[in-house]
Design a protein around this ligand. Structure first.
Ligand SMILES: C[S@@+](CC[C@H](N)C(=O)[O-])C[C@H]1O[C@@H](n2cnc3c(N)ncnc32)[C@H](O)[C@@H]1O
Length: 309
């Protein structure tokens, strides 16, 4: 080979399309160094439309090789063994197919917690960390009760419990797969949250100081606009009806008996749904304030009993 890429390739004959497949890493070739393989992997991810290709490749390498991202640069000339190359190649290939990075890594940082995630559960998003901040800041003092509906990986429930160990936290999800992951996260993090399988608030006995729900809120109308990564996440975690509102509407209708006096229902919602959510609250005698996220988009609803006239 005279293309300057000698020893850099990690591809086998079935390697993914893209720059990586042009060369072969096989018998008689020198083992690739960490940095040469990292560079090729970053180029491959960029060619697959992943804008942060370099950074994501670094995360994959750091996680797989049990190194920090800084280590990757101090050990740039470290030769990689066959088994390391094969493992890295598998992970980079998955990400190149636009599987979410968190699934490829198997974990996601959320509100200072390292959560296990994988197919079957939504990858917790940064905006939801903001929702947790709002919930925790508004919680009254004392051993009050908090209820997380549609818990997924347990992200909200576990973050609230960590912030307020004195509170009793319950969480539900319809998905048995999600609950298994949430329970495993609770055990790993040694956080005491009561998880159970239920549709919305079915079987819940209020009152709660806070009910929190990041329910599916994408309408089937919007499916075509979604990032390719969303195809890997469970549809029942993302989509609800044509306009994204049926589950939110059902929960708002069920909310009044769940909330203690002064209790709050917190919802995460789509950035165009604020007005519709306010309209759903009024007939239930619920006050609703829509709160923007850090990017300035209307993303959270803070709902409470209307003050008596
Ligand atoms: C958008 S995900 C949020 C997951 C997690 N709370 C988070 O913020 O990362 C929505 C979750 O609601 C669950 N879900 C969907 N329909 C539900 C229902 N009818 N009752 C309870 N949970 C439901 C899904 O399984 C999914 O885990």
């Amino acid at each position: 080979m005279a293309n300057g890429l000698e020893g850099m390739c990690y591809a086998a004959p079935d390697c993914p399309p893209g720059p990586v497949e042009r060369d072969c890493y096989g018998a008689g070739m020198t083992l690739p160094t960490l940095m040469s393989l990292l560079t090729r992997s970053a180029e491959f991810l960029l060619s697959k439309g992943i804008a942060n290709g370099r950074r994501e490749a670094e995360w994959i390498f750091a996680e797989s090789l049990q190194l920090t991202r800084l280590d990757l640069y101090t050990r740039f000339d470290m030769p990689l063994e066959d088994d390391q190359v094969a493992r890295l190649r598998g992970l980079v290939t998955r990400r190149g197919r636009r599987e979410p990075l968190a699934y490829v890594l198997g974990t996601q940082e959320f509100h200072g917690l390292r959560l296990r995630v994988g197919p079957g559960v939504l990858v917790p998003r940064p905006e939801t960390e903001e929702l947790v901040d709002h919930v925790v800041q508004a919680l009254p003092a004392g051993a009050v009760r908090v209820f997380d509906i549609g818990t997924g990986s347990g992200a909200i429930a576990l973050a609230v419990k960590r912030a307020r160990a004195d509170c009793t936290v319950e969480a539900v999800d319809v998905s048995a797969e999600a609950l298994a992951i949430a329970r495993a996260n609770a055990v790993a993090l040694e956080l005491d949250v009561a998880f159970r399988q239920a549709h919305l608030a079915t079987g819940a006995v209020g009152p709660y100081a806070a009910v929190v729900a990041n329910l599916p809120y994408i309408g089937s109308d919007e499916r075509g606009d979604c990032d390719p990564e969303l195809a890997f996440e469970p549809a029942e975690a993302l989509f609800s009806g044509q306009d994204g509102l049926p589950l939110i509407a059902e929960l708002i209708a069920a909310a009044p008996p769940l909330l203690s006096p002064g209790g709050l229902l917190w919802l995460e919602h789509g950035w165009k749904q604020g007005a519709a959510i306010m309209a759903l609250c009024a007939p239930m005698r619920l006050d609703c304030t829509i709160i923007p996220d850090l990017a300035g988009r209307e993303r959270f609803a803070r709902i409470s009993h209307m003050a008596a006239p």
